[in-house]
Design a protein around this ligand. Structure first.
Ligand code: MG
Length: 288
């Protein structure tokens, strides 16, 4: 296949059914690379062989393997804090083990990055979970390094300076960032463009996602995801800023909220195909 161009447009999609059918759905949107998400309940036995064969057949490139875990819940900020990533102690070890298997899957598919939400990094380094998360991220980074892969932390939920300081504390050359500008807004932790300036040295991939700020009168509420270009990220300035920092990797569209239109729902692990089509057109115009 033709090599990916600079700022190739990609899609974040979830591998849950037949890989060939899933890839054909993504390709029907004019996309030939993406972040492959593997949810916690998806069995991994035989997955590498099935996906590898499908990727070759469909000439599709996985640019990140994205993991999520059983029991994660994004209902509101307190629930995210209790359930997401490696912060909850009761699931920390099993999620670490699952992570190693996901890294192996990513490696088998030639993905340069393994990416996930680490969960809320404590803002106070003297928090007793902080050193445990530092050590855990060292182990995961080192495991990914065996395969020549990066371990990319997804932005949100913590403020950008907290994430920067955490990455410096972990101190591993392959610990990187998947920058999601919408999450910065949805969790109410900053301005996405300022955040990109702070985190630029570590950004190896991005999600092109949009959203609006949490309602001021509902403490703990998350903001609301919107179709690309209809939220408060400012996608034009986001793409301009990516160019300014010299980012050349894929622009991976992410749309998480399910469409209300049944016919649009979750075909091939894609929640909202018309929004993705519109996002492709918008990004083609902005990247030039
Ligand atoms: Mg994302």
């Amino acid at each position: 296949m033709q090599p990916l161009r600079e700022m190739e447009i990609g899609l974040m999609f979830w591998g849950e059914g037949d890989p060939v059918a899933s890839l054909r759905e993504v390709k029907s949107l004019g996309i030939r690379c993406g972040h492959l998400g593997i949810a916690g309940g998806v069995p991994l036995e035989g997955a590498a062989e099935r996906w590898k064969a499908a990727l070759q057949q469909e000439e599709f490139v996985v640019t990140s393997l994205v993991g999520s875990f059983n029991g994660e819940n994004y209902a509101d900020i307190p629930t995210v804090r209790q359930t997401v990533g490696y912060l909850p102690r009761s699931t920390r070890q099993e999620r670490e083990e699952r992570t190693y298997r996901l890294i192996e899957l990513g490696a088998a598919l030639g993905a340069p990055n393994y990416c996930c939400h680490a969960g809320y990094i404590p803002e106070d380094p003297s928090d007793e979970d902080y050193p445990a998360l530092v050590e855990l991220c060292r182990r995961i980074s080192d495991y990914a390094a065996r395969f020549g892969m990066n371990f990319a932390l997804e932005t949100g939920q913590e403020p950008p300076l907290v994430l920067r300081d955490f990455i410096q504390a972990v101190d591993r050359p392959n610990l990187k960032i998947n920058f999601d500008p919408a999450n910065i807004i949805l969790y109410g932790v900053g301005d996405p463009i300022e955040a990109l300036d702070i985190l630029a040295p570590w950004v190896v991939s991005v999600h092109c996602k949009d959203g609006i700020w949490p309602p001021k009168d509902k403490p703990g509420a998350l903001g609301t995801e919107k179709p690309l270009g209809q939220g408060e990220v400012g996608i034009e300035r986001f793409i301009a800023k990516l160019k300014q920092i010299g980012y050349k990797g894929p622009l991976t569209i992410e749309r998480e909220v399910e469409s209300a239109d049944q016919a649009e729902r979750h075909v091939g692990g894609i929640p909202h195909r018309q929004d993705v089509r519109d996002a492709v057109a918008l990004l083609e115009r902005l990247r030039g």
